[in-house]
Write a protein that binds this ligand. Structure first.
Ligand SMILES: NC(=O)c1ccc[n+]([C@@H]2O[C@H](COP(=O)([O-])OP(=O)(O)OC[C@H]3O[C@@H](n4cnc5c(N)ncnc54)[C@H](OP(=O)(O)O)[C@@H]3O)[C@@H](O)[C@H]2O)c1
Length: 331
């Protein structure tokens, strides 16, 4: 089979590997699509080092083409999607459950086929194409966990989403479907219009307004109940400003060079804020997301699709920051 592998930091090349064979508890999946996340970009550019030969991309959707003799949950032909953490099936995270990361510490989905434990996939939502399903495992599960699991979202609450990348747009769609009032930031006036068309009540340009958190606090009439922070050190001060008393901040990303940063601690505790650091989620969380999509019929926003061979072009497009929502690879 043909796979794409990291041959040196920042370089992905095509190699041939033998077709995998399923052990008793395993399945063989023929991948049909993948999608790009910022995490994949960090692997592809060498910012997250991986061993030579590692197959990148955490997200994949495809069809089961073989099953081991002990597998009861699946049959040949079932449509499935990957898990970011293939060993985290349920319960709280632990080192054992989260040390395997698709496309980083174990092989990912930029391959024609993969051999996985039968529990390392979930069903895709009803009626979804493979490209649509491939958008979910990292970005949408993270948005789901930040809002619904850790945030304990209630209808009518106010939610701030930051920027218009894959995770944030899923957060907007999931929050809207659950009855949220949405506030948003972006660096682009054209994207601001799209955010409003999707239901954002107010949008602030984070490049034009340095203290955008204060503006969101005012626009939301006393702050928002939930913030999905994507910038860490580059956004957290503003995220704290934007939050309402008693609000929840999910610390999700480090865009804008935000690996480290300063926050004003009294604002955190005098606002009685809860902050959760989170990395994607478990298989059960992904199954709950699929259940929700089967009811709310959420349609992922796919900005652009590239082929398996166009992986470099796809990452260049992601780096340009033009996208709104997800970038996919259709095999
Ligand atoms: N912890 C987790 O489990 C988890 C899971 C998924 C993603 N993440 C993280 O979440 C972040 C977003 O991931 P993604 O895959 O959705 O990325 P993406 O699709 O590449 O999103 C990029 C978008 O983010 C916005 N952005 C860039 N710098 C920003 C800043 N300083 N402030 C606000 N927005 C900014 C831009 O939106 P505009 O063009 O609108 O300005 C840009 O288009 C990344 O840091 C990623 O690592 C974490």
């Amino acid at each position: 089979m043909k796979v794409k592998a990291v041959s040196s930091p920042g370089k992905i090349t095509t190699i041939e590997k033998p077709d995998p064979i399923a052990g008793p508890d395993e399945i063989i999946v023929r991948w049909k699509a993948s999608s790009l996340n910022y995490h994949d970009y960090l692997v592809a550019t060498g910012a997250i080092p991986v061993p030579e030969g590692r197959i990148p991309m955490s997200d994949g959707a495809g069809e089961i083409i073989a099953i081991g003799e002990a597998v009861k949950e699946w049959k040949i032909g079932d449509k499935v999607m990957s898990l970011f953490f293939p060993n985290w099936t349920e319960g709280k995270p632990s080192l054992a459950k989260t040390s395997a990361i698709m496309g980083e510490t174990v092989d990912g989905c930029l391959a024609e086929q993969a051999c996985l434990k039968a529990t390392a996939v979930t069903a895709i939502p009803a009626g979804y194409t493979f490209a649509q399903a491939a958008t979910l495992p990292c970005a949408a599960v993270t948005a789901w966990r930040g809002l619904m699991v850790e945030g304990q979202f209630q209808a009518g609450q106010k939610v701030l989403i930051e920027g218009t990348g894959g995770m944030s747009i899923f957060a907007l769609q999931l929050a809207k479907a659950a009855g949220a009032r949405i506030f948003a930031t972006t660096s682009s006036s054209a994207k601001a219009e799209r955010l409003k068309a999707m239901g954002a009540e107010a949008v602030v340009n984070y490049k034009e307004e340095e203290r955008w958190g204060k503006s969101i606090f005012k626009l939301a009439g006393g702050g928002v109940d939930h913030v999905l922070d994507v910038g860490g050190g580059s956004t957290m001060r503003n995220s704290i400003e934007a939050a309402a008393i008693g609000g929840h901040i999910a610390s999700i990303g480090i865009l804008g060079g935000g690996r480290k940063g300063e926050i004003t601690f009294p604002k955190l505790f005098f606002k009685h804020l809860r902050m959760t650091g989170l990395a994607v989620g478990s298989r059960v969380m992904q199954q709950n997301l699929v259940d929700a999509i089967n009811v709310n019929k959420l349609q992922p926003i796919i900005d652009k699709s590239f082929s398996f061979e166009e992986i470099d072009e796809a990452f260049q497009y992601q780096a340009s920051g033009q996208h709104f929502g997800k970038i996919v690879l259709a095999f």
